[in-house]
Design a protein around this ligand. Structure first.
Ligand code: NI
Length: 256
């Protein structure tokens, strides 16, 4: 059986409210060996910590997502610091910039919250899980200054940008998007990324790979993304999953 490492999921999401316990009992039987549940708000960072406490194969990341920066309390960093210090917390995330929707928080506020959390990660010696949607320029400018350990999750940049991310020492997270019909650039990235810098992920309940596109995603579906990555590289899915698992264990300091 394959060992699937999902480096990015949101099982606290309400999409799982009716069958969460049942699903999370079943995933290990489907080959899922590890899940990092990413925080998005203070509430979901707390929920991530609880899931990590309850399920042996779960680990938690604590962070405020750019979509959730509006109205966060001034002392939010103290909460993140506390949650990030729990035994199964392995990263600060997800954090970053999202310029996709015009009604998001102003860019300067997003940048400030992103930078404050990067500073915290540096102070705590933790890797970061970075969200970058339609904000490549500012994301790279900030990453160049902070040089964190971590991953660009759901990587949507060019091969050229990927090379710069790699030169900073960071990892590339790839998920369902590589299977989409219009996925030209993600497929190029999947072909070019060095095998020792690739992480597999879902972003569950979002970003289901083909043939489940549009349905609720769960970590077992990573086999479809891995198969696509394997196909464009001319290697086996097993090699992709094994490399991604080793990489994630190395980055997040999780025993193999
Ligand atoms: Ni996410």
């Amino acid at each position: 059986m394959e060992q699937i490492f999902d480096s990015h999921a949101h099982y606290d999401d309400e999409a799982f409210q009716n069958d969460r316990a049942e699903l999370l009992q079943r995933l290990p039987q489907l080959g899922v060996c590890c899940v990092i549940n990413a925080g998005a708000s203070l509430e979901s960072s707390l929920a991530s910590a609880r899931l990590a406490e309850e399920y042996p194969y779960f680990y938690a990341a604590a962070g405020v997502h750019p979509e959730c920066v509006s109205g966060i309390p001034e002392d939010y960093l103290a909460t993140i610091r506390h949650l990030a210090s729990l035994p199964k917390a392995v990263a600060i995330g997800e954090i970053g910039l999202d310029y996709h929707f015009p009604d998001m928080a102003p860019k300067e506020i997003q940048r400030r919250i992103f930078e404050e959390q990067l500073s915290l990660a540096a102070e705590l010696g933790l890797p970061v899980i970075v969200h970058d949607r339609d904000a490549h320029g500012d994301t790279m400018e900030i990453l160049r200054r902070y040089r964190p350990q971590g991953v660009l999750h759901c990587f949507s940049g060019s091969v050229e940008m990927m090379r710069e991310v790699l030169s900073l020492g960071m990892y590339i997270g790839l998920g369902g998007a590589v299977t989409f019909k219009n996925a030209r650039v993600p497929v190029e990235v999947a072909r070019e990324v060095p095998l020792d810098r690739l992480l597999t992920e879902t972003d569950a309940p979002y970003m289901s790979p083909v043939p489940f596109r549009g349905k609720r995603c769960d970590s077992s579906m990573i086999v479809y993304s891995a198969a696509k990555i394997a196909e464009v590289r001319g290697i086996s899915s097993h090699e992709v999953l094994e490399a991604a698992r080793e990489n994630a264990c190395r980055l997040f300091r999780i025993p193999k």
